[in-house]
Write a protein that binds this ligand. Structure first.
Ligand code: FAD
Ligand code: SIN
Length: 534
């Protein structure tokens, strides 16, 4: 089957949906999403969205905080543009129906690590769900937007798919859409589009312990890299300091806003320790807090540390953190009376597909926005709650440019794109290989490419992932394409790219800490780590 559209959007989180709303004013839009429409990292965001929203704050302060967290690798021009676009983006979200928490009539602004002012707009501790459901409601009211649930993109369509194609030197790669598996029928269809947006989110599921939902398998980064788009800074993986440590609560985030409201981190003995690591203590930047916890856990051999908010008013806790309160209560502990057991977990990838200020990638007609992109905003470490902000603002920039393009391109013709080929494919029914390989990669990344790295651990990870990559590529080419195989292929590729990037960077900066090079080296390494396949 062949579906033709003006705009193909891969992903239905804040980036994809915000872009869809804007471009639907000029053309037909198809959104494909690999599970249900709301299933995304966006849907689980807790803390909120950062912007300059109070008279005691200023653009310069937000810019300085972002640059400081970015540890020398953020692009100041990008940071300024995003920060200055923040207040208008929040107003637009309010207009489409996002009900942010208010104190009297004003927005109630929270504080998180690295912010010098209260500037985080939130909807209690369910900000993501409020944003996602409001965007989906708005999308569903538009006639020319179609959402395809349970559709997973396999690969981008470029001239490399044309029969007999030979690339000419200096020729730019073009994108005409994507091959997409309809999970319900098992068929791979062609979605042809004038413009394609990758809004596939993050990579948390590459790690054993993560705050991310199951969709976060780095598909967009893998597809773009295979197609020939440069990717950058993949070594900068943000580990959130406080995810719940509980056999049934694995991957549940305990928002940084809990520390923003006065939560204290304690060792099992009750001792406070953050004062030994940073003057801002519990509200130090995330990389500092995550490394401090990692260090304390390695020293004590304990499984977790504790987040204590028992000194706060019980009713305030229930009102400010209803989701966290209820989730913990369902696991039989009451956070108004008991300390919360927490550990760090993989949370966010600062690197991604390189884009310009309009969200354009290096491939013609291909844009990328949100967590999948590397715009220059976050540098070596993302400031809390800057991610939803960057995603929505860049979706707006990208929509503005692509709308102009689609107007010029009326009467557009697609080349003759071949059907998905199943030549040489047999069902070997060796499905155990998939679950085994996935578990191995998650453990390998957690143990060897985690919060603290070393040359020997990274080299060990590299030699194993190279073997897995070859095995899984062979498996992919010999077996029918399924949801599980697509994700495994992408996870393996992105793991390999993260390891390669981490090996290249011979210093410690922001989220990348290598104990063999414990210092920052501005003379040689104040630059992005760029990888490209063609
Ligand atoms: P996502 O929201 O992740 O959406 C990606 C979409 O792509 C999904 O619909 C997915 O199904 C789809 N997809 C992926 N691969 C494919 C494929 N191959 N084919 C088809 N569809 C595909 N940031 C903040 O700024 N503030 C916060 O308070 C905050 N809290 C967070 C809490 C948690 C628990 C987590 C996990 C993250 C949090 N973040 C927060 C980070 C932030 O939520 C994400 O970075 C942001 O939501 C990413 O939005 P996105 O649109 O780029 O991707
Ligand atoms: C949180 O609520 O702690 C997550 C905020 C973020 O990742 O920006």
């Amino acid at each position: 089957m062949e579906i033709k559209t003006d705009f193909l959007i891969i992903g239905s989180g804040i980036a994809g949906l915000s872009y869809a709303l804007k471009v639907s004013e000029t053309g037909k839009v198809a959104i494909i999403t690999k599970k249900k429409d709301t299933e995304s990292n966006t849907n689980y965001a807790q803390g909120g969205i950062a912007a300059v929203l109070s008279p005691s704050d200023s653009f310069d302060l937000h810019i300085q905080d972002t640059l400081k967290a970015g540890a020398g690798l953020s692009n100041e021009v990008v940071v300024r543009k995003v920060v200055e676009s923040g207040p208008a983006a929040i107003q637009e979200l309010i207009q489409i129906g996002v009900d942010f928490t208010r104190a009297k009539k004003e927005l109630d602004l929270g504080r998180e690590g690295g912010h010098s002012r209260n500037r985080v707009a939130h909807a209690a501790d369910l900000t993501g769900r409020e944003i996602e459901s409001s965007l989906i409601r708005a999308i569903k009211s538009k006639k020319n937007i179609a959402i395809y649930e349970d559709h997973i993109a396999v690969d981008l369509i470029t001239q490399h798919h044309l029969k007999g194609y030979q690339k000419k030197p200096e020729e730019k790669i073009k994108c005409w859409g994507a091959y997409v598996l309809d999970v319900r029928t098992g068929k791979v269809n062609k979605f042809l589009s004038k413009i394609t947006l990758l809004a596939t989110g993050g990579t948390g599921r590459i790690y054993l312990h993560t705050t991310n939902p199951a969709i976060a398998t780095g598909d967009g980064i893998a597809m773009a890299y295979r197609a020939g788009a440069p990717v950058a800074n993949l070594e900068f993986i943000q580990f959130h300091p406080t995810s719940l440590y509980h056999p049934e609560g694995n991957s549940f985030l305990i928002s940084e806003a809990v520390r923003g409201e006065g939560g204290k981190l304690r060792l099992k003995s009750g001792e406070l320790f953050m004062q030994n690591y940073h003057p801002s203590k519990e509200l130090a930047p995330r990389d500092v807090v995550a490394r401090a916890i990692d260090f304390e856990l390695k020293k004590s051999g304990d499984n977790c540390i504790y987040l204590d908010i028992t000194h706060l008013d019980k009713n305030f806790i229930k009102e400010r953190f209803p989701n966290i309160y209820q989730r913990c209560l369902s696991l039989d502990f009451d956070i108004t009376k008991e300390w919360i057991p927490v550990v760090p977990a993989a949370h966010y990838i600062c690197g991604g597909i390189i884009t310009d200020l309009e969200g354009k990638t290096d491939i013609d007609n291909l844009y990328a926005c949100g967590e999948v992109a590397m715009t220059g905003m976050h540098g070596a470490n993302r400031l809390a709650s800057n991610s939803l902000l960057e995603a929505v603002v860049f979706a707006n920039f990208a929509a503005e440019t692509s709308r102009k393009f689609s107007k010029i391109e009326k009467g557009h013709k697609f080349p003759s794109i071949p059907e998905w080929s199943t030549k040489g494919v047999f069902d070997h029914k060796e499905w155990v290989i998939i679950s085994h390989a996935r578990q191995e990669i998650e453990s390998l990344m957690w143990n060897l490419v985690g919060i603290v790295r070393s040359n020997s651990r990274l080299e060990m990870a590299k030699s194993r992932i190279d073997i897995l990559l070859e095995d899984i590529n062979n498996f992919y080419h010999q077996n029918p394409v399924t949801y599980e195989v697509i994700e495994l292929r992408n996870i393996t590729k992105v793991a390999e790219l993260i390891i390669r990037s981490a090996l290249l960077r011979k210093e410690s900066r922001g989220l990348h800490f290598n104990q063999d090079y414990p210092q920052k080296d501005d003379r040689n390494w104040k630059k992005d780590t760029i990888l490209k396949s063609r």
